[in-house]
Design a protein around this ligand. Structure first.
Ligand code: UDP
Length: 448
């Protein structure tokens, strides 16, 4: 090791061996983005309590940005003691596990006090790794709060995506009351962020009209779907692979077990199934099972309700499934039910459509824009079991209608591709990094 002597001081000084202090400026990629996802990691297993559409969105967006030559670091809270600080996700994309609070799961309503530590640890991590960022892109309100601190250290613009706001969620009639801090913080983030991404036109309208956000600050970028993974396929062989009987009408549900998903409405709709119609089988993907296949946690409550309603034999609870196995489930179904009270994206609906399967969904959030009523499936009122039963009976009882809706659904799903999402978002990053706000959005016509 070389040692130097500081002039005028009688001190031996070792040569600095850490990351380049200014050196990071010499080897910049086209663009480096810090994505913030405090409360859930893109590496979490999908279909559990807090891992669903947002995790898929962040993973797919980041990996598609990676393919465009953008370097992405996704900062998430460390929830296990042994997690390495940096874990590669896909080419150009790393997941950075940040120490903030205990290395164990913490309910998202209790995370706010840990956010200052999250922000300072994220900064220290960037210093240790000798990197800086051109843009901060934060997901969900907790991450937005962190982003407003990080942007000061990194001197970058920040883009916020809420993945539903407290107001949108509560006005959907959801029974779960959000902590008051959430709406207040969201209001502040709207003012502080340089730009906001809305997942559907209703969210954009809410931001512009109710929250009085300047028009040029909000872009609507709908989500994407992996059109190769989610593609049409043979129903018979898919059912065989999954052990689903070939002669039953199959209604598929896929999602987290959460009050927002309207699961009771689905159960009540199945309870109303006409006695002269063939008994349907509801294949229920999501939630947790014990080793012996018994539902546990919130899924146990769903199974108990099915029991109480006397419809337990119409349900098959298969628990959460890895995403690459879901196409088999979609292809096995006659129809996919999405009875949610609110959906910002409704990725499950788009995945089903991409597999050529009709969807019966509630007219809520993004679903009202992705599903064309009577063309690619049916839209029914939120939290009303009767119209849901009627629409499901209609699709299940008519194979020609299923085929016709399914074909149109696949065509409609082709609009939603991750490369298109990534290029729209990259356009926003570039405009903001160059200091412009005008001409920020480029993909609003997708819903036209
Ligand atoms: N998902 C999965 N396995 C499961 C349940 C869900 O891979 O067992 C995935 C599903 O493919 C979809 C996402 O989780 O991409 C759920 O997204 P959606 O927008 O439908 O709901 P959210 O979780 O955002 O409420």
């Amino acid at each position: 090791m070389n040692a130097g002597r500081i002039e005028g001081a009688n001190v031996e000084q070792s040569e600095y061996e850490g990351p380049g202090v200014f050196g990071y400026e010499t080897d910049l990629p086209a663009m480096r983005v810090a994505m913030i996802s405090v409360h859930t990691s893109p590496l979490a297993s999908l279909g559990s309590a807090d891992a669903g559409g947002m995790n898929v969105y962040i993973r797919e967006l980041a990996c598609h940005l990676g393919m465009l030559g953008v370097e992405v670091d996704i900062f998430t809270r460390r929830t296990l003691p042994g997690t390495p600080e940096v874990a590669p996700l896909c080419p150009g994309v790393d997941v950075i596990s940040v120490k903030a609070g205990p290395p164990e799961p913490v309910h998202k309503d209790s995370l706010f006090p840990l956010l200052p530590q999250f922000a300072s640890e994220a900064v220290l991590s960037s210093v240790r790794r000798g990197v800086r960022y051109d843009v901060v892109h934060s997901h969900y309100w907790l991450s937005g709060w962190v982003a407003h601190l990080l942007r000061r250290y990194w001197e970058t613009p920040f883009i916020q995506m809420f993945h539903t706001t407290a107001h949108m969620k509560e006005s959907s009639g959801n029974s779960v009351i959000e902590i008051p801090l959430r709406a207040k913080t969201e209001r502040q983030i709207i003012d502080l962020a340089d730009s906001l991404v809305a997942a559907n036109p209703a969210e954009r309208a809410d931001l512009l009209w109710r929250q009085r956000t300047p028009t040029d600050k909000v872009c609507t970028v709908p989500p994407g779907v992996d059109l190769e993974l989610f593609s049409p396929g043979d129903q018979r062989s898919s059912r065989k692979a999954l052990g689903i009987p070939g002669d039953r009408a199959v209604i598929l549900f896929v999602g987290r077990v959460d009050p927002i998903k309207g699961i009771e409405t689905l159960l009540e709709a199945i309870e109303r199934w006409p006695s002269d119609g063939a008994e349907p089988l509801v294949v229920f993907v999501g939630g947790e099972l014990e080793g012996n296949g018994t539902p546990v946690g919130a899924l146990a409550d769903v199974a108990a309700l099915a029991d109480d309603l006397g419809i337990a034999e119409r349900f098959s609870f298969v628990g959460s499934q890895p995403q690459d196995k879901l196409p088999l489930f979609y292809r096995s179904a006659n129809v996919v039910a999405v009875p949610s009270k609110y959906e910002s994206f409704g990725l499950v609906a788009i995945e089903a459509m991409a597999c050529g399967i009709p969807v019966v969904a509630s007219r809520a959030g993004g679903l009202a824009f992705t599903i064309e009523d009577g063309e690619t499936g049916y839209l029914v009122p939120v939290a009303e079991p009767e119209p849901l039963t009627e629409a499901l009976v209609r699709v299940v009882g008519d194979p020609n209608l299923q085929r016709q809706l399914g074909t149109t659904a696949r065509d409609a799903a082709l609009r939603f591709s991750w490369p298109a999402v990534a290029s729209s978002i990259l356009h926003m990053y570039q405009r903001l990094a160059e200091g412009h706000r005008a001409d920020l959005c480029c993909d609003e016509e997708i819903y036209a």
